[in-house]
Design a protein around this ligand. Sequence first.
Ligand code: ARG
Length: 569
Amino acid sequence: MKKAEALISSVLFEKINTIAPDAVTKADMESMFTVPPDAEMGDLAFACFKLSKVLRKAPQMIAQSLCGDFSCDAVERCEAVAGYINFYISDSFRTDVILGDILSRGEEYGKIDIGKGKTMVIDYSSPNIAKPFHIGHLGTTAIGNSIKRIYSFCGYDCIGINHLGDWGTQFGRLIVAYKKWGSKEAVEQLGVKELARIYKDFYVEAEKDPSLNDMAKAEFTKIEQGDKEALELWHWFKDISLNEFMKTYNRLGISFESYNGESFYNDKMDRVVNELTQKGLLKESDGAMLVDLEEYGMAPCLILKNDGSTLYATRDISAAIYRKENYNFDKCIYVTDAGQSLHFAQFFKVIGLMGYDWNDKLVHVPYGKISINGEKLATRTGNVVLLEELFDDASKRALAIIEQKNPDLENKEYIAEKVGIGAVIFNQLSSGRIKDINFVWEEALSFEGNTGPYVQYTYARTCSVLSKTECEDKKLPDGLVLNEDEKALISILSKFPVKVEQAHDDYEPSYISRYLLDVCAAYNRFYHNCPILKEEGDVKALRVALTKAANTVIGNGLWLIGLEKTPRI
Ligand code: ARG
């Protein structure tokens, strides 16, 4: 309804200014529009309360006088009620302008150009090498992918970076564990599972024999110094992990512009340490080096350990500077769980203290923690759900349902995979991202009610209608009269661009997923109440066009949240 609002607003603006010049600005006007709580009261309302002071009249009087001879193409009629002007949008405006716009823009509908000419770096997913890819990474992977799509839909040039956790003492531990308890065959055969198993053994053994910890440190130092054997092992572990991660990314249709993980910054950190030293920001504490952030109400940011080795934050500071120099981003966002908020606040501050005024372009986008059946997720105790297994199960369940309901469907396995994954991803994206999630297997895989498969199913329904008839591209006939279901459907479809913008502003994919549920509800109501293919002439043309418009919006929305468009289920 933005278009209708703009037209109405300019007519009102003229009228108000003839009564009292400079009484309002266009920006003031924007805040006076609301959407009435139910359709009986019109499609848009304009509140006259703020005008009452400047015009020295009661709001209802103002509403009445503005309503008087109101004339605008978008409006069929208006009424003054309790200080509001309620506007009823004309059917011709709905069909010619709103519906016409959706149909003519198609896949472009909903795109806005606020990001045109701007670059956005998005650091997301970023799992740790040699550790299982588990449900703890689902949030960053699904939310990050969706935010990336939303931003590119808004015109940004997006660079997705997988900042792999591929550096640190844990690789020393892994080498020790491998040499002591591992075998080439087992790692080759079992991959990350075997690496995770021997890594766990390390902790058990190190409890009994702490000298293992020193050995691990020594092994990591070897990697850092470029020792051939150590580096080869490290590379091998990394390749094995990445290969497995890639399988999951492929299933999700996700790829990254860069896989530069923490190790990439190994030779770039000296510069940061020198710069911090030169700028007088480093302080010694028990042999370690840190940046004191007490003044800003934060714990210090650790830069070097007492043995001179670098930390997670050191690599992140390096990475941010590297990204700014290489991509010249307008925004660089990091999607991780809220548990890392302090880390981001600390290193953003350090970058600011180094004199880089672009530190305000670094944004941490946190999401809630995930627990499993009410218990904390823990790789060490095994309270963990592997993404691969979750997706396998989801896809198996979807296939079982298809076998039951639509056994002759072509390409069953493929569709079951997309619907199963759709259920899991949608479940992750359907509540506000900051909310903690308690993962319950049955709920995440539910296909009933407000779920991904429901949206995919409605999409398939629109495709099925369209496959049985022609949607002619020509202009819809004049003088169409719309019923309530048709009006409601057009109203909801018209909100898509605003939802995209809000999702962009708040980094919030759930705005899109919840909106899709509303669109599906409106389309399904229309579908049940209004025959489409049985109709003829203008009515049929209109209903087919509405189906096409719903198909466009649901399709574009599914893409934004990273779900596959499924023409048939
Ligand atoms: N590897 C980290 C983890 O699994 C996430 C990295 C996020 N990105 C970053 N630049 N710190 O917790």
